[in-house]
Design a protein around this ligand. Structure first.
Ligand SMILES: Cc1ncc(COP(=O)(O)O)c(C=O)c1O
Length: 299
C-alpha cells in the first residue's frame, strides 16, 4: 500500500546515517557495527531487548526499562555479565558519543552470543552475551491515525512463548503484521486465546467508551511501561480506567482507540477492520492523555 503508516514511523533525519553504535563495549560507526553470523540472536532470535526514549536530556523511565531487561534475561537464563548500572553507563556513553540531547530512541539488544556451531542448543553460546545499542535521532511522524485489522494470529499462553517476554524472536507478531497489511491495514490487532481483544503486534491497545478508558487485563500482552503510565495517569486524574476483557463488538463501537508504546507514546487509531472509530481522528481523551503523558516525561 502506498499510504502505509506505522506506529514506529519517524521523521527522515540524515544524521542517522552517521550515528555511532555500541557493540560489546566498543562504539563504532554504523558500517562497522556488525555481529557474527554465528550469533544466537541472528541464528535463532535467542535474545531480549528494550526500546527506550530520550526527551530533553532524560531517558524516560530508564530504571524500569533496565529492570524489565534484567527480568527477561533471567527468564531466558541469560547472564548479562554486567550490572544494571553498567548497562546504563553503556547507554549514556553511546548517547554522549552521538551528541544526542533530545528526541532520540535506542534499541538495546542482548543475545546469548556467538555460538561454536550453527545449532540450537544454548550451551553452544560459549563466549558470553552480545550487547548492541542502536541509538537514532527520532521524532514520531504520523500523517494520519493508524488503521488496524484483526488477524488469525493470537497472543498465546505463557507456556508456549510467553508474550510478556520482549524476545528477539517476534515471528508471531511479524506474521500478524503481514496479515494486517495484506488486509489493507497498517498493523495488526491481536486477540487472546479466548477471543478477547488484547494488543497489537508492537504496542498495547486501549479503547475509550463513555468517558472511561479500557485496556485488556494485561494477560497475554507485554507489560508495557507506557501502558502502566497511562493507567497511573488515569487514576491520578480521576479518569475511570479498567483492565478488563472486552470483545470486538465493544471495540468497533468505541468512541476512541489508541496504542501505547515507548516510541510513539499514545498513537491514535482511526479504524479497525474497516470500521471508523469515533470521528476517525484523534479523540479528546487520547489528546488529553497525550498531554498528561508529555508533561510527565518532560517532552
Ligand atoms: C509487543 C509489544 N507490546 C507493547 C510494547 C510497548 O511497551 P513499552 O510501553 O514498555 O514500550 C512493546 C515494546 O517493546 C512491544 O514489543
Amino acid at each position: 500500500m502506498t499510504d502505509h503508516v506505522s506506529t514506529h514511523q519517524a521523521e527522515e533525519d540524515a544524521r542517522n546515517e552517521d550515528i555511532l553504535i555500541y557493540v560489546n563495549g566498543r562504539i563504532v560507526p554504523k558500517a562497522q557495527a556488525v555481529v557474527s553470523v554465528y550469533d544466537s540472536g541472528f541464528m535463532l532470535g535467542d535474545g531480549v531487548w528494550e526500546g527506550i526514549r530520550l526527551y530533553n536530556g532524560r531517558w524516560t523511565f530508564l530504571d524500569e526499562h533496565i529492570g524489565r531487561l534484567f527480568e527477561a534475561a533471567k527468564a531466558i537464563d541469560l547472564d548479562i555479565g554486567l550490572t544494571p548500572e553498567q548497562v546504563i553507563s553503556a547507554v549514556l556513553e553511546t548517547q554522549k558519543a552521538n551528541g544526542m540531547v533530545t528526541d532520540a530512541h535506542a534499541r538495546l539488544m542482548l543475545t546469548r552470543g556467538v555460538k561454536t556451531r550453527p545449532f540450537q542448543h544454548p550451551k553452544l553460546s560459549q563466549r558470553g552475551p552480545t550487547m548492541v545499542i542502536i541509538m537514532e535521532h527520532s521524532r514520531q511522524k504520523l500523517p494520519r491515525p493508524i488503521r488496524l485489522a484483526t488477524v488469525p494470529h493470537l497472543r498465546g499462553l505463557p507456556m508456549t512463548q510467553d508474550p510478556k517476554l520482549n524476545s528477539h524472536s517476534k515471528l508471531n507478531c511479524i506474521l500478524a503484521c503481514i496479515a494486517a497489511e495484506k488486509a489493507g491495514a497498517d498493523e495488526a490487532l491481536m486477540l487472546d486465546v479466548h477471543g478477547f481483544v488484547n494488543t497489537t503486534n508492537a504496542c498495547n491497545f486501549f479503547i475509550v467508551r463513555k468517558g472511561a478508558v479500557w485496556t485488556s487485563t494485561g494477560d497475554y500482552c507485554m507489560n508495557g511501561i507506557t501502558r502502566q503510565k497511562v493507567i497511573d495517569l488515569c487514576h491520578a486524574n480521576d479518569i475511570p480506567v479498567f483492565e478488563r476483557n472486552f470483545s470486538l463488538v465493544e471495540t468497533y463501537s468505541a468512541d476512541e482507540a489508541f496504542l501505547t508504546g515507548t516510541f510513539g507514546a499514545q498513537t491514535p487509531v482511526g479504524s479497525i477492520d474497516g470500521r471508523v472509530i469515533g470521528s476517525g481522528q484523534m479523540g479528546p481523551m487520547t489528546e488529553r492523555l497525550r498531554g498528561l503523558y508529555k508533561a510527565m516525561v518532560g517532552a
